[in-house]
Design a protein around this ligand. Structure first.
Ligand SMILES: NC(=O)c1ccc[n+]([C@@H]2O[C@H](COP(=O)([O-])OP(=O)(O)OC[C@H]3O[C@@H](n4cnc5c(N)ncnc54)[C@H](O)[C@@H]3O)[C@@H](O)[C@H]2O)c1
Length: 131
């Protein structure tokens, strides 16, 4: 187990990529704190993590709200005892559309595709760099 007894904080872990990341870390021995706007989805992920034998806590958090996000990180550190890994998966930004360009010219199916980000911080940066 590569992350035994470490603590990972993961945003947007109610479904999709964030959920897959959360379950992958749990399978490798980590305890997980989830931040989600969809609390029902977060609860389901937390139950699946618990079924893997790891601790999971979740909060309804909009990570676009800095105060909420900082409170979540502080609560997670207190409840799970430490923070080793931070995956800021949730959220999306619209990629700029180049003026006058056509999708075919860009070699992509859509010139205005939504591009998100997966940010992974480990160690001290997970605590200091979060939110
Ligand atoms: N799926 C892809 O092909 C792809 C490609 C490139 C980038 N991304 C990016 O990866 C990330 C995850 O993608 P996905 O396909 O798993 O998305 P998804 O929509 O399936 O899941 C995103 C999760 O994040 C939660 N969420 C959204 N905004 C939130 C917020 N402000 N605070 C807390 N939780 C929030 C949603 O409720 C949802 O459960 C996104 O940032 C996305 O833009 C995805």
């Amino acid at each position: 187990m590569r992350f035994k007894d470490q603590v990972a904080l993961i945003t947007g872990a109610g479904r999709g990529i964030g959920k897959a990341i959360a379950l992958a870390f749990a399978r490798e021995g980590a305890d997980i704190a989830l931040a989600e706007i969809d609390v029902a989805a977060a609860r389901t992920t937390a139950e699946e993590i618990a079924a893997l034998g790891r601790r999971a806590i979740f909060r309804q958090v909009d990570i676009g709200d800095c105060v909420e996000a900082q409170r979540w990180v502080a609560d997670a550190a207190r409840e799970l005892g430490r923070v080793d890994i931070m995956v800021n998966n949730a959220g999306a930004v619209e990629a700029p559309t180049l003026p006058g360009s056509q999708p075919r010219e860009l070699g992509a199916p859509s010139a205005s595709a939504s591009v998100g980000r997966v940010l992974l911080l480990a160690g001290r940066g997970a605590r200091d760099g979060a939110a």
